[in-house]
Ligand binder design. Structure first.
Ligand SMILES: [Zn+2]
Length: 132
């Protein structure tokens, strides 16, 4: 499936901007990135896009399930092209995320889910700090 079809299948009209983003993100390699990372990459590939447009595209991609946003305690949103259910190591010094396969983590005890809600997934972040 080419990127145009991927966008259409996800319910997104393949605009020029979305295609530029899709060509960078949907190339089969998983990565974690910020909107600023992506903007740098777009601009250095000879295209140009405002940060607002980049965020806009990412929001659309996220809402359609083409990418995920990783919930970290960092101020900057980190996005993930790996949309499979998985966990992360977070290097607190560099902000780098490393994938952890879902099978590598097992939880033996979680609290009761508040009434009226269901467990919609647990994502574990193991924060890494270099020891002396
Ligand atoms: Zn990931």
């Amino acid at each position: 499936m080419n990127n145009k079809e991927k966008l259409r299948n996800a319910g997104l009209r393949p605009t020029k901007q979305r295609m530029i983003v899709a060509d960078i993100l949907l190339n089969g390699f998983n990565r974690h990135f910020t909107a600023e990372n992506l903007q740098d990459e777009i601009n250095s590939s000879g295209n140009s896009m405002s940060i607002a447009t980049v965020y806009n595209c990412l929001k659309k991609f996220k809402n359609c399930g083409l990418i995920k946003q990783v919930e970290t305690s960092k101020d900057t949103a980190i996005f993930d092209t790996n949309t499979d259910y998985h966990h992360h190591f977070l290097n607190e010094e560099t902000g780098e995320l490393i994938d952890i396969e879902n099978e590598e983590i097992s939880l033996h005890k979680i609290p009761e889910i508040p009434q009226g809600y269901l467990n919609n997934g647990i994502e574990v972040i193991i924060k890494l700090k270099r020891h002396n």
